[in-house]
Structure formats: structure tokens, C-alpha cells
Ligand binder design. Structure first.
Ligand code: HEM
Length: 408
């Protein structure tokens, strides 16, 4: 996952990059990208070489970008070439570096960390959360259904994932508003001072929770991390913090962005909404197809040795990004990729990446999206973007709209 916007020094393009492979696509922050990010990423296949070198910006280092599904698939499954170390989606002080877990550990050690949390996010474990998620969705709908309008992101698209996340973590639901504020402040604050202040608040809170769960273990996720012993050894305080913190970062903004993108599209496509309502048994395919066309994030890696893909020579130390949203528009894998087709023959999508670091929360995210679609469309089947709305997108490594005003 690429991260929030922080200024870095723009580095020169390395000598081994052929000039014809340099393409300044400005994915995540360019003006054209920000007008309609998913359209832009689909159309990159027509404009850019399948592997190009993006020179970067003050917010992003220069990196090779992989647009083809097969190339991303290759990179995600070759940790012996592509390390995640140092590529986590959050800037840290190089002199006081703490690893983001489990993302910034390569195999074989990576397995020891995933083993602590994977049992809590299996399809079976997640299904046990279904009832509570439906109740929460309906509680949020109760607050807005009679009003005839809402700001979807604020009133539903952020509230629901935070409530679900707190349940999974074993944290109290009365922290919902605080968690929304923290997630937005850390990842989308325009003012760096706000991000620093929020980081301080989050650190204090998570350290308090870590101490509590150490003293009183329970069956939820924070406790599994805090009291876990990867490979038989307890984690250091920094590792424990890096793990709990990353689940917080990874498990909120991605779901916010995904729901918000989907609801813009639903508001603009009444016939397709009706198609979903008329075919309730096809809901899992709907979720998968919408995740394909509204993939929100990226996989960043660094090469640990020279590597050649598609005849392109990349060198040890180069950064490589799998542009997952573009990979999911690869015509070779998904014919008529720009068409939303709920009856498309199913192929694995890359919304949750792949290989050892594939998303820990994928089953939960899918269930949340399914329940949101079902419960929302039951109670608000007909809605539009509030007239005069112009959707604006956040720059950064999680692609989603800032606000989604709806009327019905
Ligand atoms: C629609 C929602 C979501 C999307 C699109 C998404 C996407 C991703 C992607 C693409 C990766 C791989 C990153 C990489 O290869 O560099 C990832 C990893 C991860 N995700 Fe998610 N995610 C979502 C929801 C969640 C949720 C709900 C949680 C937690 C409850 C979560 C926790 C994680 C963790 C811990 C990792 C790191 C896994 C590892 O390194 O082994 N994600 N996610």
C-alpha cells in the first residue's frame, strides 16, 4: 500500500532507465488523475508502456510502475526479488525506525506474524460478525433514511468500517468518532501539524490498549497480537506497536475509499442499481466486480537483486509499484475491462494484492461491502448525487472521494 502525502526530495532518474520508458503519469497526485482516477488508470494501458519509470514527485519517490496483471502477479509472488522492507505506507524517522508489521517482513519470518492474526480473519471467523454488521448498517441508516439526504462518507461510508473494525480489534464502539477523526487526520490532513498531533494521540491510545490487553487478554485481534509469540518469542514493544498500528492504518481508509467510490457509481447508475436489486443471488459477483473496477490501493516493493520483466532491466535498489487498480483493467485478463459486468467469468482480482502479503482483511472487507449494498439498497433503493455536486478525490495511496453528498 502506498501512503499518505509527505514531502520527499525528488531524486534523479537512474542511468539504467531508458528514456523511452520514462512516463510522468503522476498516478496518486496528478491533476488529470485526480479528476477521475479510475478512468485515468484504465486509460493508462492506452498511453503508457506496460512497464514504465515514473520519475516521482516531491510526495513520491521515482519507481517502476507495473500496469499488466501478469507482471504484478509475478512481482507479488517473488519476495526473493521484491522486498517490502521500508515500503510501508507511513513515513517514519530513519533514525528511530519501527517496522510496520506484518507488511515489512519478508518470508520466511513473515509467516510467523501472519499466523498470529490469520485465525481471527478466516471466512468462518468473519461470518460470525455478520449479524452485528447488519445491525450497525441499519442503525446508521435509521439516522438518515427519513432525512432524504446525507453526506455518505461522513454518515455511513466511514462510520460502518470503523464500528466493524473496533469489534474485530476488541475495542469499544464508543471510540467510533475518535477513530474516524484519527484515520482522517493521519492520512488526509492537509496540515502536517495536525497529522503529527493525531499521531501523538493514536500512539498514546494504542499503547494504553496494548498494556490493557497484556493484563487482560481476550479473544479479539489486539489481544492476539499483543500476547502473540511469533516463532515462540514475545515481540518487542516497538514490534507490537508497529503491528497494531498497521492494522489500524490498513483496515480503515481502504474500506472508506472503496465504499465511497462505489456509492458515487451507484448514485450515477440507476439501471445498474436496479440490476443489483433484481438479482440478489448474484451479490457476491457484484461485490467482486465493483472491487475490480474500484481498486483503491497499490503494492510498493524494492528490488533486492537485478531483475528483468518483459525485457525491462531493473536494478537492485529500484522501487517497483504494482499499479493494482490499472492491473484490474488489463484487457488480456478482463476482456472489455472498462465495462462493469456483474456476470463476468470470475478470475482472481488484484484489489487485495496477492502472494504472502495479500490483504489480511479481505474476507471482512468483502462481507462489509456485501452487507452495505444489501441493507442500503433495501432501504434507499433510489438516490442521486445531490445536484451540483462535483466529486473531488484525495491525493495519495488510497484512491477515494473526499465527500459524497446524496439525495433521495
Ligand atoms: C476494501 C478494503 C481493503 C483493501 C482494498 C485492502 C487492500 C490491501 C492490499 C492491496 C494489501 C497488500 C499491500 C501490499 O502488497 O503492499 C493489503 C494488505 C493488508 N491489509 Fe488490506 N485492504 C482492505 C481492507 C483491510 C482490512 C479491513 C484490514 C484489517 C482488518 C486490512 C489489513 C491488512 C493488513 C494487515 C495487510 C498486510 C498483510 C501482510 O503484509 O501480510 N485490510 N490490503
Amino acid at each position: 500500500m502506498a501512503g499518505p502525502q509527505t514531502a520527499t526530495e525528488r531524486k534523479p532518474i537512474p542511468d539504467h532507465v531508458p528514456p523511452e520508458l520514462v512516463y510522468d503519469a503522476q498516478v496518486t497526485d496528478g491533476a488529470e488523475f485526480l479528476l477521475a482516477p479510475h478512468k485515468y488508470m484504465a486509460e493508462l494501458h492506452d498511453k503508457a508502456p506496460p512497464i514504465y519509470y515514473d520519475p516521482g514527485s516531491e510526495h513520491r519517490p521515482g519507481a517502476w510502475q507495473l500496469l499488466k496483471y501478469e507482471d504484478a502477479y509475478f512481482a507479488l509472488r517473488r519476495p526473493e526479488y521484491f522486498t517490502t522492507f521500508g515500503t510501508g505506507p507511513f513515513p517514519r524517522d530513519p533514525n528511530d525506525y519501527w517496522r510496520i508489521l506484518p507488511l515489512e517482513v519478508d518470508p520466511p519470518d513473515h509467516r510467523k506474524y501472519r499466523a498470529l492474526v490469520d485465525p481471527l480473519v478466516t471466512p468462518k471467523a468473519i461470518m460470525a460478525m455478520e449479524g452485528r454488521i447488519r445491525v450497525l448498517a441499519n442503525d446508521l441508516l435509521d439516522n438518515i433514511v427519513d432525512k432524504g439526504e446525507c453526506e455518505f462518507a461522513k454518515d455511513f461510508g466511514r462510520q460502518l468500517p470503523v464500528g466493524v473494525f473496533l469489534d474485530l480489534m476488541g475495542l469499544p464502539r464508543n471510540m467510533m468518532d475518535e477513530f474516524v477523526r484519527w484515520a482522517m487526520g493521519l492520512l488526509h490532513a492537509q496540515d502536517k501539524q495536525i497529522a503529527i498531533q493525531v499521531m501523538g494521540e493514536v500512539t498514546v491510545y494504542l499503547n494504553k490498549v496494548i498494556a490493557e490487553k497484556r493484563a487482560n487478554p481476550d479473544e479479539f485481534l489486539v489481544s492476539a497480537i499483543v500476547n502473540g509469540k511469533p516463532g515462540g518469542e514475545p515481540m518487542s514493544d516497538r514490534e507490537t506497536f508497529g503491528f497494531v498500528f498497521f492494522v489500524f492504518i490498513a483496515g480503515l481508509d481502504t474500506v472508506f475509499a472503496t465504499l465511497n467510490n462505489m456509492w458515487v457509481w451507484l448514485a450515477e447508475n440507476p439501471d445498474r442499481r436496479q440490476e443489483i436489486i433484481d438479482n440478489p443471488d448474484n451479490i457476491n459477483n457484484v461485490v467482486e466486480e465493483l472491487l475490480r473496477v474500484f481498486t483503491v490501493t497499490f503494492s510498493g516493493r524494492t528490488l533486492t537483486q537485478d531483475c528483468e520483466i518483459r525485457g525491462v532491466q531493473m536494478k537492485k535498489g529500484d522501487k517497483v509499484t504494482s499499479v493494482l487498480p490499472a492491473c484490474n483493467y488489463d484487457e488480456e485478463i478482463f476482456p472489455n475491462a472498462r465495462e462493469v459486468n456483474f456476470n463476468r467469468p470470475r478470475k482472481p482480482i488484484l484489489a487485495f494484492a496477492g502472494g504472502v502479503h495479500s490483504c489480511m482483511g479481505a474476507h471482512l472487507a468483502r462481507l462489509e461491502i456485501k452487507i452495505c449494498l444489501q441493507e442500503w439498497l433495501k432501504r434507499i433503493p433510489d438516490f442521486t448525487l445531490t445536484p451540483g455536486t462535483k466529486i473531488e478525490y484525495y491525493p495519495g495511496g488510497v484512491v477515494g472521494p473526499k465527500s459524497v453528498p446524496l439525495s433521495w
